[in-house]
Design a protein around this ligand. Structure first.
Ligand SMILES: Cc1cc2nc3c(=O)[nH]c(=O)nc-3n(C[C@H](O)[C@H](O)[C@H](O)COP(=O)(O)OP(=O)(O)OC[C@H]3O[C@@H](n4cnc5c(N)ncnc54)[C@H](O)[C@@H]3O)c2cc1C
Length: 574
């Protein structure tokens, strides 16, 4: 590719007259992300960050190279279900493309992504803090989304059984769940959804029949990702249990029986999916499969919520990562291509589109790291951390996943016609990003959960208080702080009104959740901007102002007026 211009904004000479498509190949995704580097320094102890930096660096390299190529191949070669083994025995198996298996080795093995919260890893002599774990997922998702589902489920299943299961079961399976060689490793899954029981988990009809110290499960599960996982957490209704959610219990289902042989369930077929094509999602029929009850009878959904919430946060992080990748591609194209004798990045209308692609991803980064930190505080028993985690988890799952749908679509357009062609990453980003809003609770369901967190735990007021304190502690400039404090009061109040209004308030759940999300992200960006040195700090202050102007202030479409737009371009496009 010929480059005849430097990267400075405002240059008018044409670049790349042959019209080659610029891409991010060879660019280190961590080193290229100053915001991520600076924010990690806010959330991680300095010694942990120093130890983990080589890990971030080497993952950053993989994103711009090997992992990207593997992800592309695995997406083009989805798994297939074989009903019998080569001897003709009825032993089902799922054939995965070697590219997927290689990514498994990188994810589970080299980066200990499923194990790092449960044992020392990556050079630390203690489990890896949540902020670092999710930063690793954020980077990984910039190349591969599909595999992050099994990785996150393995991590979340381990956490859930450590919380609730019989210690003997945990002892039996923990070494496999945290192993880093694929040979001895056990992966996790979650079989919850049934044809008539998706959002409405209380409609579960899978039956559990007592069998000595264990149970036998009978029924159909309709969506089972990582279908051939070694262990799955399953919701079922013990015979004689009451109807509705109170009659549902949680069970641990092994693929392989302790005494040898396969457990009694069948993979009926694999789904032909729009996205996450690298990873199998199937339908399962339980035919008296052996399982052990986890925790208390009738507490199935409450306990499963532990796994679901972990997955919801991971989904938001993955969507944030995909938005980052979308932005990196879009801005690289804009810098490297020209039309009408000018670089795309120098055109005011394209600059505006690029800002729209950038902003939601930066909001998301601030919000998911803050949520990860709240999770760490909650785990250490901190009451405020628990309240923050309670409301932030559905909040980020809702808004970040929705934003990723739009951002990836806009980034596709920013590449022009080639953005629609499957040889480039944009179509995969678009396809994958649409799933985040559907599984682990659709947008409606998670927005309603934000209201529930307000109604039952007053978690919205805890969030408002925590953000106000943060802005004071970081000395956000007085005028901006006043503006944000007023917006925060209104956002918390709006959630309050919808929460107390019961069913009448439900119709506003998404609107008030969006309002709270945008306000919270502006407060965080302002606080970060007031703390971080140099251009990094100035950028985040500008982003806070952009959120206020573009997401929280009513605008007249017949009289456009963006006050900080031109300032933003020069600083943000670098
Ligand atoms: C690729 C893929 C992989 C999946 N993997 C798994 C898996 O591994 N394990 C698993 O258990 N599940 C899995 N799922 C299932 C997924 O979690 C469910 O599809 C999802 O929870 C929605 O349930 P449903 O399909 O029954 O839709 P429904 O619940 O029927 O929802 C249909 C629509 O109704 C809306 N709706 C429902 N209730 C309300 C309400 N109270 N108020 C307002 N609107 C409402 C929803 O928002 C949605 O728009 C997967 C799904 C997909 C697509």
């Amino acid at each position: 590719m010929t480059r005849t211009a430097t990267d400075s904004v405002g240059l008018r000479s044409p670049v790349n007259p042959e019209g080659w498509q610029p891409d991010t190949n060879g660019i280190n995704a961590y080193r290229d992300d100053e915001a991520l580097q600076q924010l990690l320094a806010l959330y991680l102890p300095a010694s942990d960050l120093a130890t983990l930096r080589p890990t971030f660096e080497s993952l950053g390299d993989l994103i711009g190279g090997r992992l990207d190529q593997l992800a592309h191949s695995a997406d083009r070669n989805p798994p297939t279900l074989h009903p019998r083994d080569r001897q003709g025995r009825d032993r089902q198996w799922i054939e995965k493309h070697p590219a997927y298996t290689e990514m498994e080795r990188i994810g589970y093995g080299e980066f200990a992504m499923a194990a790092m919260s449960h044992r020392p890893a990556l050079g630390l002599n203690h489990p890896v803090p949540h902020a670092a774990k999710y930063a690793i997922q954020y980077l990984f998702a910039q190349a591969e989304f599909g595999l992050l589902c099994p990785i996150s489920m393995t991590d979340a299943l381990t956490r859930t059984i450590r919380h609730f299961a019989d210690p003997a079961l945990v002892e039996r399976y923990l070494p496999g769940l945290t192993a880093d060689d694929l040979e001895h490793q056990i992966q996790g899954a979650m079989f919850m959804t049934e044809r008539a029981a998706g959002s409405d988990v209380g409609a579960t009809i899978t039956r559990a029949v007592p069998n000595g110290n264990a149970w036998r499960l009978h029924g159909d599960k309709w969506f089972c990702s990582n279908t051939d996982a070694g262990l799955a957490l399953v919701l079922a209704r013990p015979e004689g249990a009451p109807s509705g959610i109170k009659g549902v219990s949680l069970f641990l289902l092994p693929r392989d029986l302790p005494e040898g042989g396969r457990n009694a369930y069948r993979i009926v077929r694999l789904k032909d999916k729009l996205g996450t094509r690298s990873m199998p999602s199937g339908e399962i029929t339980l035919e008296g499969a052996l399982a052990w009850m986890v925790g208390e009878p009738g507490q199935g959904f409450v306990q499963m919520a532990e796994m679901i919430n972990q997955s919801r946060l991971s989904n938001a992080v993955r969507s944030a990562g995909m938005m980052r990748r979308a932005w990196r591609e879009a801005v690289t194209v804009a810098r490297g291509r020209s039309a009408f004798g000018r670089r795309l990045i120098d055109m005011p209308l394209q600059q505006r589109q690029l800002l729209k692609i950038l902003l939601p991803g930066e909001q998301a980064l601030s919000m998911v790291l803050y949520t990860a930190d709240a999770l760490s505080r909650a785990d250490s028993g901190d009451a405020e951390g628990k309240a923050l985690r309670r409301i932030l988890t559905p909040l980020v799952k809702f808004r970040v996943c929705r934003d990723a749908r739009k951002v990836t679509g806009d980034a596709m357009e920013a590449r022009g016609g080639v953005g629609y062609i499957e040889e480039w990453i944009e179509p995969r980003l678009l396809r994958d990003s649409h799933l985040g809003s559907i599984w682990e609770g659709t947008s409606n369901i998670v927005a309603l959960d934000v209201l529930r967190a307000a109604r039952k735990d007053s978690a919205h007021t805890a969030l408002g208080d925590a953000l106000r304190r943060r802005m004071t502690a970081t000395e956000v400039p007085a005028e901006l702080r006043k503006q944000l404090a007023e917006l925060l009061d209104r956002a918390v109040q709006a959630v309050d009104v919808a929460a107390v209004a019961g069913l009448d308030g439900d119709q506003h759940a998404r609107t008030v959740a969006s309002g709270l999300y945008h306000t919270a992200s502006a407060c965080l960006l302002a606080a970060e901007g007031s703390t971080l040195p140099g251009d990094g700090g100035s950028r985040r202050l500008l982003l806070a102002q952009l959120v206020i102007d573009h997401k929280l202030t009513p605008r007249d479409p017949l009289s456009p007026n963006d006050k900080c737009y031109s300032d933003a371009v020069a600083l943000l496009m670098r």
